[in-house]
Design a protein around this ligand. Sequence first.
Ligand code: TMP
Ligand code: ASP
Length: 238
Amino acid sequence: MEKREELYSGKAKSVFKTDDPDRFVLSFRDDTSAFDGLKVEQLARKGMVNNKFNAFIMEKLQAAGIPTHFEALLNDTESLVKRLDMIPVECVVRNISAGSLVKRLGVEEGLELNPPTFELFLKNDALHDPMVNESLAQSFGWATAEQLAKMKALTFEVNTVLKKLFLDAGILLVDYKLEFGVFSDGQVYLGDEFSPDGCRLWDKDTREKLDKDRFRKGLGNVVEAYEEVGRRLGMQFD
Ligand code: TMP
Ligand code: ASP
């Protein structure tokens, strides 16, 4: 596999073409963004930590039968993935109230949500990722009813696998965001990344925040917290 030109640079990752039209290289940068690109900083080692974190989680999901775009870790900051046509709708599951839910509904942070909630957001920084629904997604052609059903089912399957994985390491999976895309075989695969940049993780006993909320709220030790989570799950970073 040969890495070719950069195709796209997002807020925290860049995508490169390869000599295989069905494969991309995902490059995890140290850039850290919050509030839809309003706050951006470089955090040393974050690209490496998230690349390895994502590889570890994607392999666990794959082993549990969830189709993901992940193929192989290439080096400290890059992974080989399937080329997906991304569906511009983000899937969010919440096990505990936090973040935008708390703001939107005026509820307390930290309430157990039983059953867990499922929300869709349009991927659009300029509009601050507005909340949408399945009807809007179908009418605007962002996804078909069949794709939406698959995305929802896979997002809840991910919850079953990861809630237990984190809990066994003394960590609560509060909420998370997933993105899906369609591969050349026409099927829906989990794309993007799963790292502490796109989920909320709290220590089970102290409820200390161990995710990107540390960056959003200026709590410090952001990458250190990501590494701590990784170590508790058995990851190795050096
Ligand atoms: P929210 O509370 O801001 O709606 O976010 C819910 C979860 O989804 C939280 O873990 C952060 C993640 N998320 C992203 O990573 N990027 C996004 O664009 C959105 C909307 C949510
Ligand atoms: N992921 C979005 C951003 O990078 C929103 C956020 O995490 O606050 O700006």
